[in-house]
Design a protein around this ligand. Structure first.
Ligand code: FEO
Length: 398
């Protein structure tokens, strides 16, 4: 049976939820699954906004068929050509051969790249910044949003209702468990954490393009934000935009301290625990302590975006940084993170090298303020080094 939901009388959610995918993009854990949102507008003309991943293709086509209620599908609008949204496009074109595909030139190029002759487009309309499409009552405007994940991305604004179909922007990890709107769940807890993890890992590198889109969105009267993943927003949109404003500007969300350690036999962990205690005694209110071997880096990237200060403690391993810590630091650099105050602790039993190498990675990032001197541990923390950690904690918070 179909599982469509109405957003308004003539706008339907016809997407699907995947709770079996282990890694999104084969990289990011999905403990709560993910939704692939597709929207159907029923006007004098009918228009589908994006398709879905192949994994939920069957339920999507059942939803679409039910939503159309026997009508033809006149348009499919492609806002984003990544396969998690367009994996079912060729199948759609086979089922609805008379549909007109509406998108920009970059998308049409990618359709050919991904599908070749498999995607048979009968009718196509190429749009650019500010192009419009009338469905009857609904007047749609297309706004280009290059690199709000991929270069071909655009968003669609419904001038009639104020709905913004925002592609990956404003998305969230997590399947929709019966809910559709963000105000139908307790968003300000685990959902917020998963929205932050989604944004920072998937779109976080592209802060500049996101800022450009936010500026464009500021000129629109928004009544609803309809992303391609996660709940739809019809309330608290100022709060939502403000969160994305912070993340895209690489501005810390709070005065928290991320403490991440890589420990082989527990001695570096001990230094991390002692340092976390000293940070709290020195006045830090939000100390977040993680073992990089236990916690997937996507969670740590999200926590790094959130926190104003970082501490990294690493054992030396093969004359280098412990691998899980090296992965994390390279991930932070790859995501363009900047504007943070950072302290380091290294450990090594005969030739400690992790500190110098960690520092080199961090100093290659923008606007990173290092706290000096780093603390160097030989095998295990000694009582006489406590003063060094206390000083490091105070300097980091100053
Ligand atoms: Fe959800 Fe960039 O795809």
């Amino acid at each position: 049976m179909n599982c469509i939901r109405k957003l308004t009388d003539d706008l339907l959610w016809v997407g699907g939820n995947d709770r079996r995918l282990h890694l999104f993009e084969n990289a990011y854990p999905l403990p709560d699954g993910i939704s692939y949102n597709a929207y159907l507008l029923l006007d004098e003309k009918t228009a589908l906004l994006d398709t879905v991943d192949r994994a939920v293709g069957d339920e999507f086509f059942e939803n679409l068929n039910a939503g159309l209620q026997g009508r033809e599908l006149d348009y499919v609008i492609i806002n984003h050509m990544e396969p998690d949204h367009c994996g079912t496009l060729a199948r759609l074109l086979l089922r609805y051969p008379d549909v007109t595909v509406v998108s920009n030139d970059k998308v049409f190029t990618m359709i050919h790249q991904f599908f070749g002759d498999e995607a048979s487009i009968g009718n196509a309309v190429s749009v650019a910044e500010g192009s419009t499409l009338s469905l009857g009552r609904h007047q749609l405007t297309f706004v280009m949003a290059p690199m709000v994940h991929w270069p071909e991305v655009m968003v669609t604004y419904d001038q009639t209702t104020g709905a913004l179909f925002s592609a990956d922007a404003f998305g969230t990890f997590g399947a929709l468990d019966g809910c559709l709107f963000a105000d139908e769940v307790d968003f300000n807890g685990h959902w917020l954490d998963e929205m932050r993890r989604y944004y920072t890992n998937i779109v976080g590198k592209y802060g500049g393009p996101v800022q450009t889109l936010l500026k464009k969105a500021a000129g629109l009267k928004l009544q609803m934000i309809c992303p391609l993943h996660g709940p739809i927003w019809r309330e608290h949109m100022d709060w939502l935009v403000e969160k994305h404003q912070l993340w895209s500007a690489y501005t810390p969300e709070d005065e928290g301290v991320l403490v991440a350690y890589a420990s082989i036999y527990g001695h570096t962990k001990n230094a991390a625990e002692v340092l976390a205690r000293e940070l709290t005694l020195a006045g830090a209110k939000k100390v977040r302590l993680y073992d990089v071997s236990e916690t997937h880096p996507s969670y740590l990237v999200a926590e790094a975006f959130r926190s104003s200060r970082w501490v990294f403690l690493s054992a030396t391993y093969n004359a280098g940084i412990f691998p899980a810590m090296e992965t994390l630091l390279n991930d932070l650099k790859a995501h363009g993170l900047r504007n943070r105050k950072v302290a380091l602790v290294e450990n090594g039993s005969w030739a400690p090298a992790a500190g110098k190498l960690m520092k080199a990675v961090l100093e290659s990032m923008k606007d990173i303020q290092m706290v000096e001197p780093m603390v160097s541990v030989r095998s295990a923390l000694r009582e006489e080094q406590l003063a060094q950690l206390t000083t490091l904690a105070r300097e980091l918070l100053s």
